[in-house]
Design a protein around this ligand. Structure first.
Ligand code: SF4
Length: 199
């Protein structure tokens, strides 16, 4: 009975992911999430333009060690993917739109999980929420005013700051990754990915 309830819960979340626009979504064990310190270090060296810009980016997030600690209390996660035209990633306007959508989808799945009783669920996506949602503001409200996030229904931390290996994350969901402009792959579309720890 418990297994039936468990699988119904995850089916609902996968359905929410697809409804929000995911081309696919899967449940993976958190043991399939690979964390690499050197990936997180790339945010700082060479320094990403978003380094320090928001409460959801390094050095203001707990990083690889914090994420390893977090994983100890989660057993399962939902991974979803969003296929976008590669050209969008090279366009300043469309690039913001697709990553904004990715963060909103991750947040939406997280909120759906919370609604069905998984109240510790946490979502992670890509890019920087300052650029995506607070671009016209002088600074991140959390960092500069000690206030609440202006966009709690949308803004989520980037997986990069925690050193999450996205290629391996997708492999653990059974997907191959398509990188914009990558050799030997479909160059028309690129795959973006989001992660929600369910607990
Ligand atoms: S206030 Fe803006 S920049 Fe700061 S965490 Fe929220 S969305 Fe990101």
């Amino acid at each position: 009975m418990a297994d039936h309830k468990e699988s119904k819960k995850f089916s609902e979340l996968l359905e929410v992911a697809r409804r929000l626009g995911a081309s696919d979504a899967a449940v993976i064990p958190t043991s399939g999430i690979c964390i690499e310190d050197e990936l997180a270090r790339l945010c700082e060296e060479p320094r990403c333009e978003n380094f320090g810009a928001s409460a959801n980016c390094p050095p203001h997030v707990s990083g690889p060690n914090g994420f390893r600690e977090l994983l100890k209390v989660y057993e399962q996660a939902v991974v979803f993917k969003l296929e976008v035209p590669s050209s969008a990633l090279f366009s300043p306007v469309e690039g913001l739109e697709v990553f904004g959508l990715l963060q909103e989808m991750a947040a939406g799945i997280e909120q759906a999980a919370i609604k069905i009783g998984q109240t510790r669920s946490k979502a992670f996506a890509g890019n920087c929420c300052k650029k995506l949602f607070c671009g016209d503001r002088p600074g991140c409200r959390v960092l500069h005013e000690g206030g609440k996030c202006r966009n709690p229904q949308s803004a989520r931390p980037s997986m990069s700051g925690f050193g999450i290996n996205i290629s391996k994350l997708m492999e653990s969901a059974g997907w191959s990754i398509k990188k914009a402009g990558g050799e030997g792959v479909d160059t028309e579309t690129a795959t973006l990915c989001g992660l929600i720890l369910i607990g």
